[in-house]
Each structure stands twice: as C-alpha cells, then as structure tokens.
Ligand binder design. Structure first.
Ligand code: NA7
Length: 557
C-alpha cells in the first residue's frame, strides 16, 4: 500500500483529536485523524453503557471556541448522557466540514521516529502507513480497559462485558445481572439498570462516596442567563483549578462552626455534583484529615438515611478517606431500597472464581447470573500509550522509558527523545474537567508548531537539528521547521513540580487510578498536575514568553 504523506497525524477522534484537526488545518497543515472506532467521540464512543453521563455540567462540557454554536446548540438537561455527547461531537465535525479528514476503523499499531526522514512513520492494523512530520496522540486518559484476571473468566456461559465495550444489542430486562465495580462507572450503570433487571447483584470491593448529581431539565431562563454570561463563564473556568464552573472554596472546614459546616454540606448536597461537593464546600477536604472526616461523616449519614435495609447500608458505608475522584449519581443509594438489588461485600467474601453459571464467592455461594458486567475501570493515562509500540530516537520505546522511570512528560505534552510527538492529555497534564484543558493543550501545540514553522527560514547553524526533511514519498529535500522536543531537564523539573504540588493531597493515600494504584503491578506514581488549569495556563504563557523554555531551542537566542 502507498504511504500517505501528512504534516500532522492525529490519533484519536475525541474532543482532543477533533479540535487538533480543526486548529492545525486552519493553520494550513495537511492533517488527518485516525481512530480505531467506527465513529467519532473517543472515550464517549466506547463508553455507551446505560447511565453513561458526563458529570461536568452541560454548558461547559463543550468547546469554547465556536461562539455562535455555544449560543445555539441545544442541551436539554444539566448533564449530558453519552448519546448527547456523541451527537454534539458529530455535529461539530459536520459543522466544520472535518469528516473528510477523519479515517475511522483504523487502529494505530505502531509509530516510529525516523531520524533520517525527520518524521514519524505510523502503521495501522489495516496496513496503512503514514509519514508525518507531527505525530499527535489524542488517545484519551481512559481508554485501555482494566479486565481483572479472575479465575474462570472464560468459563461463564452467559454474557460477559466491560462497560467500555458495551454490546449495543444487550437487553438486560428480566435478566439476573452482576456488576463488578462501583467507581464512577459502576455507580452510573447500577443506578440506570436497577429498575429494569430481574435481579441486580453489586460486587463491591471498596465502597465509595457518592453525592447527588443534581441533574434536571434546563429551564429556558437558565439557558438565557448562561448565553448572556458565556464570556465570563469561560474566563472563570479557564482560570479556576478544576474547570468545573464553580468557585473553589477558600474556607477551611474548621474555620466555621459545626452548624455552619453542616449547613454548607447540606446546601452542596442539594446543589449536586461530586467535584462541587468536594472542592466547593471547603478548601481543605482533600488535604486535611479532620476536614476529610467531616465530609465523609456527612455523606455516610446520608447513606444511612437513604438506605432502609441496615445490612445493605452497612456494606455501602465507605471506610476509606474521601480522596478518590469524587462521584455523583442520579439516585445510586436509592436503588438499594429495591427488593431486586443487593450488595455483596468483596471485603467480606471475595470472588473466588467465575463459574459457568455465575460468580462464586469465598463463602462457597455461587451467585447465579445471566450477565456479568465489568465496571472495573481502566489502565488509565499511560495505559492508552503503552499498549501501542511507540519508538522515538534510536528506537527508544516509550513503554520501556515509562516502565523504568514512570509515565513522565513535560506539561503532559512532550517527551524527550520523542521529537514532534505532541500529546493531548498525556501523563502529567492538569487534573480537571477535560474539554477546557484539551483546548488549552491543543492551542499550545498549534502555537508551538506555528512558532517552529516561522523558523523554517532561520540561517544554517542555528536551531540546526532537523532543519532538513526529505519527503519519503516525493523524494524531495527541503528546509524543515525545527523539531519540537522537551529537554530531559524540563521533564525532570515538571515531574518534580507535579510531585511537590501533590505532596499534601490525601488523594495520594487512596488506591485509585489517579496514581496508578488500581492495576496490579502498575508503578505507583503521580500522573497529573494538580496545580489547576488557571496556573497551568499561566505557566504555558510564561514558557512561550521565554522562547519555549524547556524545549530544545525553537526560537533564535
Ligand atoms: P474506577 O474508578 O477505577 O473503578 C473501578 C471499580 O472496579 C472500583 O470499584 C474497583 O474496586 C473495582 N475493581 C477493580 N478491579 C477489581 C477486582 N479485581 N475485583 C473487584 N472489583 C474490582 O473505574 P471507573 O470506570 O468507575 O471510573 C474511571 C473514571 O472514568 C472515573 O474516575 C471518571 O473519570 C470516568 P476498588 O475500589 O479498587 O476496590
């Protein structure tokens, strides 16, 4: 098959990939997006289980750059279901005439840097080869499924599925269903299917804290107010920490009276949203043990009140710190008041095996099931990258590099020895509502490419690395823009900064995917920048002002 020559190949057609395609095409680059999926949507294409919902409010779970579309595109509820998000992203692709540049059902198999050609050679499972100056992985944080290695997995005679590969035709009505896992996904799927199934058994290892989402229909007046304030809204979002559209609290939990503390918790419980409850109530829930206990106690008291069966309530009560990614739901705890829904504590009776007819726990019981749902999450962040063979200078493998030193990067964007590989949401990017961070990174990448391109005419000897490129398809040699590549020192300092910022965080003490603790054998390391989107954006601005500090020289001294 003939190799295709591109300026930029974007891998992944989610929020990041779609915007990168638009932005880089607008800059005059010849760009293509490939995706293994049969449609655009990225994470949302795959996660189509019942109840799949973004827990960022609708008005900011979208792009900020299409001002006209912001005013007109409809959203009916305060939160978007996966189908709404897919419809929105398809709408954006069509509205901006991008579909012609998206090649679906095309899985990247490998990407290799060619020093002689100064470009990337990307091969796909279909047998396509792309030669591209810029390689833009937009692979998502949550794309490689975590399928626990439970004995007997292959012996089950019923339907077995992971939430991130939901069979479209699966009808659960009248079925006996077991759900393993109760993170964000498990809580959503359990809440959505409980009313339809004959029996629902929830296999729970560690109970988590969930607060109401506050989802409800959008009133016309609310929409009008949002439309009128959109500029201010984005300004606030992009300068905040978590980019969730609320002001993060600056009040420590114990700087107010007990009555006031309870009043605030109650107010935020009623408003809804997990992030707002964790970070909008008080400033120190995730850094101060006493404040954390106060918030946990409040949620535990709610669980005790909602769940009528005290044995079920006992099993559902979280015992860890409230320090994982905060969850919210559309009535999760209420589902346990249904006679057909029960909770199995895997701390008391762990799964011993999966049998032909169901799940066997350590007490010898075989829980008979028709369907087993794995809501067991992802090999998150770096897992999206290390499952494909990505090789930089001198054939260095990204997987080997990250296996040895942890999944590091500069700014979540660039890795030394992987020139012109510019990641969207790579490891060490901001921990936030993602669309605004994705936009920030795409704009930074596009501006950096533009800056490099402006140097194409720089005199010989300056910024000399990679200044000549040979088009492997046409054979022509021409002056090329300098390569974009973080220095080892910059990566080291950024990693150190990310680590230092998270030192105080109680998140470090929880066994969640945020630090890679959910996958057995995975290195436990910081994988995010916890300094907030506002600070990240300031940092990027300063870097650009300093001539792309931390990158091998892009701008003349
Ligand atoms: P999560 O948050 O990683 O949750 C996975 C759940 O699966 C969690 O309850 C785990 O229990 C459970 N799990 C994982 N492995 C096992 C085994 N071997 N046995 C029993 N239970 C297991 O993934 P989600 O998909 O819910 O959410 C990921 C992100 O997607 C979320 O944060 C949002 O950003 C969207 P554990 O608690 O570890 O004991």
């Amino acid at each position: 098959m003939v190799a295709q020559q591109l300026d930029a190949l974007v891998v992944g057609a989610g929020y990041g990939g779609i915007y990168a395609l638009k932005k880089l095409s607008d800059q005059g680059l010849h760009v293509k997006v490939i995706d293994a999926a049969g449609g655009v949507g990225g994470t949302w294409y795959w996660n189509r289980y019942p109840g799949a919902m973004s827990d960022t409010e609708s008005y900011i779970y979208r792009y900020s750059w299409d001002v006209e579309d912001l005013q007109n595109y409809p959203w009916k509820r305060h939160y978007l279901q996966s189908a709404d998000i897919l419809a929105y992203l398809n709408h954006v692709v069509d509205r901006h005439n991008l579909r012609q540049h998206v090649q679906l059902e095309t899985e990247m198999k490998s990407a290799r840097w060619s020093e002689s050609e100064t470009q990337w050679i990307v091969e796909t499972a279909n047998g396509d080869t792309f030669h591209t100056r810029y390689f833009i992985p937009a692979l998502g944080l949550l794309s490689k499924k975590n399928y626990p290695d439970i004995p007997g997995l292959g012996s089950f005679n019923g339907v077995l599925c992971h939430t991130a590969a939901w069979p479209e035709s699966l009808d659960l009505s009248g079925k006996r269903v077991g759900v393993i896992g109760n993170g964000s996904t498990g809580v959503q799927v359990i809440t959505a299917i409980a009313k339809d199934v004959k029996q629902l058994l929830c296999f729970q290892r560690n109970p988590q804290y969930s607060v109401p989402s506050g989802d409800r229909p959008v009133e016309p007046d609310y929409r009008k107010q949002v439309n009128e304030r959109y500029d201010k809204i984005w300004d606030q979002v992009k300068n905040s920490i978590f980019a969730f559209g609320f002001e993060e609290s600056t009040t420590p939990a114990f700087s107010v009276s007990e009555d006031e503390r309870q009043r605030v918790f109650e107010e935020y419980w009623r408003k809804g949203n997990g992030f707002r409850f964790m970070f909008g109530t008080f400033s120190d829930i995730t850094v101060d043990e006493q404040a954390n206990v106060a918030a946990s106690d409040f949620i535990r008291s709610k669980i005790r009140t909602i769940v009528k069966d005290q044995e079920k309530a006992r099993k559902l009560l979280p015992h860890e710190r409230y320090a994982r990614r905060p969850l919210c739901d559309a009535g999760y705890y209420d589902q346990f008041n249904r006679a057909n829904v029960d909770i199995i504590s895997l701390r008391e009776t762990p799964i011993s095996e999966i049998t032909a007819t169901g799940i066997k726990t350590s007490d010898g019981t075989v829980h008979e099931l028709d369907v087993i749902v794995f809501a067991t999450g992802f090999d998150a962040v770096d897992g999206s990258y290390t499952r494909v063979a990505i090789k930089g200078r001198n054939g260095e493998s990204l997987k080997d590099r990250w296996d040895a030193g942890g999944p590091t990067s500069y700014l979540g964007v660039s890795v030394p020895n992987f020139p012109n590989m510019l990641m969207i949401t790579g490891p060490m990017g901001p921990f936030t509502n993602l669309p605004p961070t994705i936009e920030t990174q795409v704009e930074f990448i596009a501006d950096t490419i533009a800056a490099a391109k402006r140097l194409r005419g720089a005199p010989e000897g300056e910024n000399s690395h990679g200044l000549h490129k040979t088009d492997s398809v046409t054979g022509n040699t021409e002056r090329a823009a300098p390569l974009i590549e973080a220095t080892e020192k910059a990566e080291e300092e950024w990693t150190k900064l990310c680590d230092e910022i998270s030192t105080e965080s109680l998140f470090r003490k929880a066994d969640s995917w945020i630090f890679g603790k959910n996958v057995p054998g995975k290195k436990v390391v910081i994988m995010f920048y916890f300094g907030g989107l506002g600070n990240y954006r300031k940092y990027l601005k300063e870097i650009v002002k300093d001539g792309h500090r931390g990158f091998r020289p892009l701008i003349d001294g």
